[in-house]
Design a protein around this ligand. Structure first.
Ligand SMILES: Cc1ncc(COP(=O)(O)O)c(C=O)c1O
Length: 366
């Protein structure tokens, strides 16, 4: 019995090997690893892909968020409204700049920030929606709320490469948008890498500077920055993979459609993107009543599945000083108890997807 991993990076590399190996060999040939032409090239390619004008590459998707917040002037004493149904990094990056995450609940259809549940105080400075699973949060409602309360918007698009809201790329609608190129992402590097899109050139310039020791020129530092640059090997790999991203996204959508057809018919709740959102299905998530049993059955049958995420951030031990308590965010907490992620990478075959469905449907309870 062949195993079906949640993400099949080995299969992807086998298909891309000549292109990737050549791109890496070129970097090695140049012996230019930092601040070189591969990062410059990828920066313009990624901005062009998003139809965005300003942005900067950086070391990973976590610092992408903190760099965006810093550049927008958010820091100690400030509050940032966000979701607790996300990877820990979202809140970690808020805390990294000295600000406080304030969690709102989620819209259970799309598993993204329900801004109607947000608590705003005198200290609130920004909203940080997460386009979780590759599906857009309701940006119309979030942008209107931000305008009304005079707040910045930073979109965490770590899982939403080339996903859209009303025909525009997610990550380009707020004051800034951040991306992770962690290896398992839809567009993944061969190590850590990230990116920030900014609404204006000055913010993008500040982010680029902050990520490179606050440097204005080689020896002049006009900000106290960080060493959080993207490196040349990562940029070279990302440029190769970017050429395939649209085709991979179509493949993910194809799988999602087929999963939806079978699982919805069997009575399961799956991701329901907002009518204005075009999802890129970084993860395919379905809710079950018997998760442990389902995970064990999938694993026994050689199928990799995941849980994104079992512990909401307001209940994480590291954030206990925020006073979060069970019952605070009912939709978030129910989702956290019930979600399970099934394999959906572009390299999954149709037969494999059907085997995942058959195996899942044998055991899972809606
Ligand atoms: C929603 C979300 N935000 C932030 C991050 C952080 O990105 P990175 O792992 O590149 O630091 C990730 C991914 O890991 C993520 O999924």
């Amino acid at each position: 019995m062949n195993t079906i991993p949640l993400v099949n990076l080995k299969r992807q590399y086998a298909a891309l090997k000549p292109e990737i190996d050549t791109a890496i060999a070129e970097v090695l040939g140049r012996q230019e690893f930092i601040n070189g032409k591969a990062v410059t090239a990828f920066t313009s390619q990624w901005l062009a892909a998003l139809c965005a004008d300003h942005g900067a590459a950086c070391a990973n998707g976590t610092v992408a968020i903190s760099l965006a917040l810093r550049a927008l002037g958010i820091g100690p004493g400030d509050e940032v409204v966000t979701t607790a149904h996300t990877f820990f990094a979202t809140a970690e990056a808020i805390r990294a700049v000295g600000a406080t995450p304030v969690f709102a609940d989620i819209d259970r259809a799309a598993y993204t920030l329900d801004i109607a549940t947000a608590a705003v105080s005198k200290r609130t400075r920004a909203i940080l929606p997460v386009h979780l699973y590759g599906t857009g949060a309701d940006m119309d409602a979030i942008l209107a709320f931000a305008t009304h309360h005079n707040l910045k918007v930073v979109e965490d698009a770590a899982q939403a490469h080339m996903a859209q809201w009303n025909g525009r790329a997610l990550g380009t609608l707020g004051d800034a948008g951040t991306f992770s190129f962690y290896p398992g992402k839809n567009l993944g590097a061969y190590g850590d890498a990230g990116f920030v899109v900014a609404r204006d050139a000055a913010t993008a310039r500040t982010i680029a500077k902050l990520a490179d020791h606050g440097r204005e020129s080689k020896y002049t530092h006009d900000l106290v920055g960080e060493n959080n640059r993207m490196d040349e090997i990562q940029a070279a790999v990302l440029s190769v993979k970017l050429r395939h991203l649209s085709a991979w996204t179509e493949r993910r959508r194809h799988h999602a459609k087929r999963y939806d057809a079978r699982l919805k018919q069997a009575g399961f709740k799956v991701i329901e993107p907002h009518a204005k959102a075009a999802s890129v299905y970084h993860l395919y998530v379905v809710e079950v009543a018997n998760r442990d049993q389902t995970l064990a059955h999938l694993q026994a049958n050689g199928i990799g599945a995941g849980v994104h995420y079992p512990i909401p951030l307001h209940l994480q031990p590291a954030l206990a000083d925020g006073g979060g308590h069970p019952g605070q965010l009912p939709q978030t907490e129910q989702a956290a108890d019930r979600v399970i992620s099934l394999p959906i990478c572009a390299d999954l075959t149709d037969d494999e997807r059907e085997r995942v469905c058959d195996t899942f449907l044998k055991i899972a309870q809606a």
